[in-house]
Design a protein around this ligand. Structure first.
Ligand code: SF4
Ligand code: SF4
Length: 255
């Protein structure tokens, strides 16, 4: 069986939030079959990482604790990105060497307007995690930038000793942008770079909630995805496959 250095697994598409930019809100709401999840975890190389993420809230997965135990038993490192609203502090403290939390704003009204309900609970869970002794250096904050003021986030995080802060622009891929036409950039016509490291390097894979193997977590419309080899061939022929249209990785300079 082929194994990978890093797997990203979409264990659920269910979420208790309703972010306006989330493609998962239009997907069928369900959890990944547990047997399927175990079989995917076993594809990870010893010492590799298993990221539980996708278009749903991983803390809602009913057998999350057992799945994490399997990852650790396999000699791998678990990681997940949570919206922070239903944080299992004991699980994180005992099992996660690093944790991602999504946080777009410190303004509770703006958060609610954008579908991230109950910001006070998210912040209180974050504070609770730190008070329980989780190292702030093990926390990565992910912010989606959609034009909101974010200047207060950096000092807030720094005051808690959190310095890993990833700010991502709104996705312009067709799979996502249909949800926010008023914020979308004009459709991309020119693609200066026809390669991306998800395709050129073999070490990582994403599995969606149905267990479909894909090169990255950005392909949300699985119906447009043919195969990883098809993407490779298309790139070689200077064609942008439908599954990759609008992807920002195709605008980046080759490194
Ligand atoms: S918290 Fe994450 S999964 Fe939930 S709606 Fe927002 S972006 Fe989607
Ligand atoms: S969607 Fe983007 S990151 Fe994924 S394979 Fe296509 S170009 Fe690469």
């Amino acid at each position: 069986m082929k194994s990978y250095r890093q797997l990203q697994i979409e264990i659920t598409t269910c979420c208790n939030f309703n972010c306006f930019y989330c493609a998962g809100r239009d997907m069928e709401q369900r959890h990944m079959d547990y047997g399927l999840l175990l079989s995917l975890i076993r594809k990870t190389e010893k010492g590799g990482g298993v990221h539980l993420q996708g278009e749903g809230e991983p803390m809602l997965y009913p057998r999350l604790g057992s799945a994490v135990d399997e990852i650790i038993a396999q000699g791998c490192r678990p990681f997940l990105i949570t919206n922070g609203s239903c944080l299992d502090i004991d699980l994180v403290l005992n099992k996660f060497p690093e944790l991602g939390i999504s946080l777009d704003t410190l303004d509770p009204e703006l958060a609610s307007e954008n579908g991230r309900y109950d910001l006070p609970r998210v912040l209180s869970n974050l504070e609770g995690l730190l008070q329980a002794g989780y190292p702030p250096s093990n926390i990565v904050i992910f912010t989606t930038a959609f034009g909101q003021p974010t200047a207060d986030l950096t000092p807030y995080l720094a005051s808690r000793g959190i310095h890993k802060h990833v700010v991502q622009p709104l996705q312009q891929k067709e799979d996502y942008r249909y949800r926010y036409p008023e914020k979308a950039m004009p459709p991309q016509e020119q693609y200066p770079v026809l390669s991306c490291h998800f395709i050129s390097r073999e070490g990582r894979r994403f599995y969606n909630v149905d267990g479909v193997e894909m090169p990255c977590c950005y392909i949300k419309n699985a119906a447009r995805f043919v195969s990883i080899d098809h993407i490779k061939r298309s790139f070689a022929e200077s064609i942008v496959p439908e599954s990759c249209r609008g992807c920002r990785y195709l605008s980046r300079k080759r490194r």
